[in-house]
Design a protein around this ligand. Structure first.
Ligand code: SF4
Ligand code: SF4
Ligand code: SF4
Length: 244
């Protein structure tokens, strides 16, 4: 069964332990960071930083609140990056993760342009060829960095002290996410981001602030679908009333 992670943004305390754990497990170096007018450093994922926690200050029910958003590859159910990669450097695994084979990467940027989340990043400095790098969901079959293939949770999930991250099977986590919404009226917006956005993703999110206010692409789509559904329905009702 495909694996997934459920991210409950109402539980994230913004500690960035997940970022440190990812670097430690994957032997990723620290990066020199110049001053940027942003709480998140680095501002976005890089070839050496596969996950970042973004900081948002929002107005919620008349109160100013902080919300912290962990970003990484979403490990899409039907990944656009894999379709775009003609050299076979990316593949979707039956276990859920979308993983890269750097030895096949020719740094054409096709995956970067295809990805709706702008995830793929390119290692350009130092020695060696330019290659694409991103979160591999701690799945490295036969390799040094494998966790998920060995039955362990990803390093970032293991490190999370706030209980914001939960690893498991996608179907079960999707059901749990919907149960949390149903059992906690008013706590969450009525949407599990990643259930269907861009064909569905292996990283699923719950939030109490609308996803479109937190930089999630395509988050407003359910409302558009609803509008598309209701417009013909309303037109039909109007025609029926006119005929009566
Ligand atoms: S988020 Fe982007 S890089 Fe990750 S699997 Fe989806 S399309 Fe590929
Ligand atoms: S799943 Fe693994 S590679 Fe991806 S962000 Fe978490 S620790 Fe890093
Ligand atoms: S470790 Fe957990 S609580 Fe801390 S920033 Fe990451 S997701 Fe949030």
């Amino acid at each position: 069964m495909p694996k997934a992670v459920l991210v409950d943004l109402t539980k994230c305390i913004g500690c960035r332990s997940c970022m440190v754990a990812c670097k430690q497990w994957n032997d990723l170096p620290a990066e020199r960071q110049g001053f940027v007018n942003d709480w998140a450093t680095p501002r976005d994922t890089t070839a050496e930083t596969w996950t970042v926690v973004k900081y948002y200050i929002k107005d919620k029910d008349g109160r100013v609140v902080w919300r912290f958003i962990k970003r990484q590859c979403m490990h899409c159910v039907d990944p656009a990056c894999v379709k775009a990669c003609f050299s076979g450097a990316l593949r979707k695994t039956p276990e859920g993760p979308v993983i890269q084979d750097p030895s096949r990467c020719i740094a054409c940027l096709y995956c970067f342009n295809a990805c709706p989340f702008h995830v793929p990043r390119y290692r350009t400095g130092g020695k060696g060829p330019v290659i694409m790098q991103k979160c591999r969901f701690c799945f490295d079959p036969g390799g040094t960095y494998d966790r998920v293939g060995q039955g362990q949770a990803p390093a970032c999930v293991r490190a999370c002290p706030g209980g914001a991250l939960k690893f498991g099977e996608r179907d079960a986590l999707l059901k749990e996410a919907k149960d949390r919404i149903a059992q906690n009226p008013g706590r969450y917006v009525n949407q599990v981001y990643g259930e269907s956005e861009f064909g569905g993703t292996s990283w699923l999110y719950l939030s109490d602030v609308p996803f479109e206010e937190l930089g999630f692409p395509g988050a407003a789509r359910p409302a558009m679908v609803s509008l598309l559904t209701w417009t013909p329905l309303a037109a039909g009702l109007w025609l029926a009333a006119r005929e009566a």
